[in-house]
Design a protein around this ligand. Structure first.
Ligand SMILES: *Cc1c(COP(=O)(O)O)cnc(C)c1O
Length: 594
């Protein structure tokens, strides 16, 4: 391991979301999931949506764009007012926003009218926390003024507590919110969609049965992401899982040193005068995590006996004397985090984000299924593919977990196999190994042109196949239209030039990590034109035969291959090339030389 990593367990986040949604439902509350703690990570949003939240709430446009680009089309709420210059973006990308300034709502209305839209707002009322919000005595004049704005609709009222003034939600202050809602309804003459009673800090009140009737929405981030580590600080809600995130660094130095610095003392790198307690000689460790990455005070070591002594910009100083089991140089140290530490880690460019599912896959059954067209079928028979796969320890089967192989002539025939795989495994990645991106503009005909297949696929894939989980490998040809489309997509592309530079193994390592990030595995699309095979003009300039085998072996070793399509097996393909393709298939099923 080189850089620090944060692992993000999507299964735990999904479970927490479900727990919160179930509690809310019993009181007639529909919660939104807040992803800002993970910088709007699409996989996290999806996990929350699977857990049943009604929509996603975010504080920043960059994060909202990330979510929308990933194909997340649920309602999105903006939690923080935008600067005046970004009002158009607000109206275009966000379904509903929290607002407290009349001047801004006037601008929203102006822009919305120009765009032929009406923007929904939740008026935020300050109940004493003294961050954002309309002061209660200004509420009625504000509502009356907003009613004059044709481009804005008052969809609700809400409040935000425990953010600045540390004011706790209580039956009293939230009853005030409900009373304000009634007042607004009597002015507007219609019921409000939303009475939004705050963030995670409102959950203890809800759990204790003290939530006043009338509140019908909460915006929940911390409790879903962190299991209420901060919200239920002293009195944990056991149903929530606090361990979705784990930060891991590496020990760069481990030495016994005195606990008191030696020499004349001044101020530290951050302008503070540090205070030390003399504990004699201690075993100290330095990890490659610093204040560039995290608020060190919010770190909680997972290993018993480890203590955080402090941090400078790039070094975390630990006391390892009582670590159980002991730690040595080169070993990893891991931490849980409070919400503040999590925010900084997720924002740090230096920390690698690794979404995962820490759940047992249901019986990793070694079964396989084959589907082909006529010529593909002939190849399977001539090359004895099914029998050779069985010799690797697989059985024929049709179940959910069967590794699905499809062999066909044209790229376009692959589309339905990828679609089927996407439906079978919610959250699927894809590796596309081909000389062509097949991203030419799609003319919209019944079947796409061969060079527009991936473009068509992207527009039709089930929502749980996200561009961020798709990697293209071995590209040699791209028309200008394709280059533009590839740049606009969020897919990762390894061209032949990049493979020459970093090596195929490194490219594949990165590719497998990307397609597995937060998915249940991946589909592999392979075209023989990616490989330079002797005596065949189709693959000239591609990766070598040996590299192709090693790629397939890495795919097999990942254990995450769910299905595999080979296209380009047509009548024109010389039979030695077909035989080589059969060997590639076997490598992907795990055949090794020894
Ligand atoms: C951040 C935020 C939330 C979510 O807060 P959590 O404590 O993470 O649940 C809700 N509402 C607003 C306005 C916020 O800024």
């Amino acid at each position: 391991m080189s850089d620090p990593q944060i692992s993000i367990d999507l299964a735990r986040i999904e479970k927490n979301a479900r727990t919160v949604v179930d509690l809310c439902r019993q009181s007639g509350i529909t919660p939104f999931g807040v992803t800002k703690g993970t910088c709007g990570m699409p996989q996290v949003a999806r996990a929350m949506l699977r857990g049943g939240v009604a929509g996603i709430a975010e504080s920043r446009f960059e994060n909202i764009r990330r979510l929308r680009d990933a194909g997340i089309d649920c309602p999105i709420m903006l939690l923080r007012s935008p600067p005046l210059t970004r009002v158009e973006e607000l109206v275009r990308t966000v379904d509903i926003s929290l607002q407290s300034e009349l001047q801004l709502m006037r601008e929203i209305s102006r822009v919305a009218e120009r765009l032929g839209r009406v923007h929904d707002v939740i008026l935020i009322i300050d109940l004493g926390d003294l961050r954002e919000g309309i002061w209660p005595s200004d509420l009625i004049p504000t509502v009356e003024a907003v009613l004059e704005l044709p481009g804005v609709r008052i969809a609700g009222v809400g409040t935000n507590l425990t953010c600045f003034g540390a004011i706790i939600p209580t039956r009293e202050n939230l009853t005030q919110l409900v009373a304000h809602a009634y007042k607004v309804e009597s002015i507007t003459g219609r019921p409000l969609d939303w009475v939004s009673g705050g963030n995670s800090s409102s959950l203890p009140l809800l759990l204790a049965g003290g939530m006043p009737a009338g509140v019908n929405n909460l915006r929940i981030g911390e409790a879903i992401l962190q299991g209420g580590r901060d919200t239920f600080l002293t009195d944990p809600w056991d149903a929530l899982d606090r361990d979705a995130f784990e930060l891991t660094g590496e020990l760069l130095e481990v030495k016994t040193k005195p606990s008191m610095p030696i020499g004349l003392s001044g101020i530290d790198a951050f302008g503070n005068v540090p205070v030390f307690i003399d504990e004699g000689d201690r075993l100290r460790g330095i990890a490659n995590i610093g204040r560039e990455d995290v608020i060190a005070e919010g770190l909680i070591p997972t290993r018993p006996g480890v203590r955080v002594l402090g941090a400078s910009s790039d070094h975390l100083v630990l006391d390892l004397t009582e670590a159980e089991p002991p730690l040595a140089v080169g070993e990893n140290v891991s931490f849980r985090m409070n919400y503040g530490a999590l925010l900084t880690v997720m924002t740090s460019e230096y920390v690698e984000k690794v979404p995962m599912r820490d759940v047992q896959e249901a019986g990793e059954a070694r079964t396989f299924a084959i589907e082909t067209d006529a010529i593909g079928g002939a190849l399977v028979v001539v090359q004895n593919i099914a029998e050779r796969i069985e010799q690797l320890g697989f059985e024929k089967g049709t179940g959910e977990n069967a590794l699905a192989l499809s062999v066909c002539a044209r790229r376009r025939d692959v589309i339905r196999f990828v679609e089927a795989a996407g439906r079978r495994h919610d959250a699927l990645g894809m590796i596309w190994i081909d000389s062509d991106a097949a991203m030419m503009p799609d003319e919209g005909a019944n079947a796409p042109a061969e060079n527009a297949v991936l473009r068509r696929m992207l527009s039709r894939l089930p929502p749980h196949v996200a561009p961020e989980n798709i990697v293209l490998i071995g590209l040699r040809n791209a028309a200008p239209e394709e280059v533009a489309a590839l740049k606009a997509s969020r897919m990762r592309v390894f061209t032949m030039a990049e493979i020459d530079a970093v090596g195929l193994r490194q490219a594949m390592r990165e590719a497998i990590a990307l397609v597995c990030a937060g998915t249940r595995g991946f589909h592999l699309c392979y075209s023989p034109t990616a490989t330079d095979m002797s005596g065949w003009s189709g693959g000239i300039g591609g990766i070598t035969v040996r590299e192709t085998h090693s790629t397939m072996e890495m795919v097999a070793l990942s254990g995450k291959l769910r299905s595999l399509s080979i296209s380009g097996i047509d009548a024109a393909l010389p039979s030695p090339i077909g035989a080589e393709c059969a060997n590639f298939i076997l490598s992907a099923f795990g055949k090794t030389i020894l």
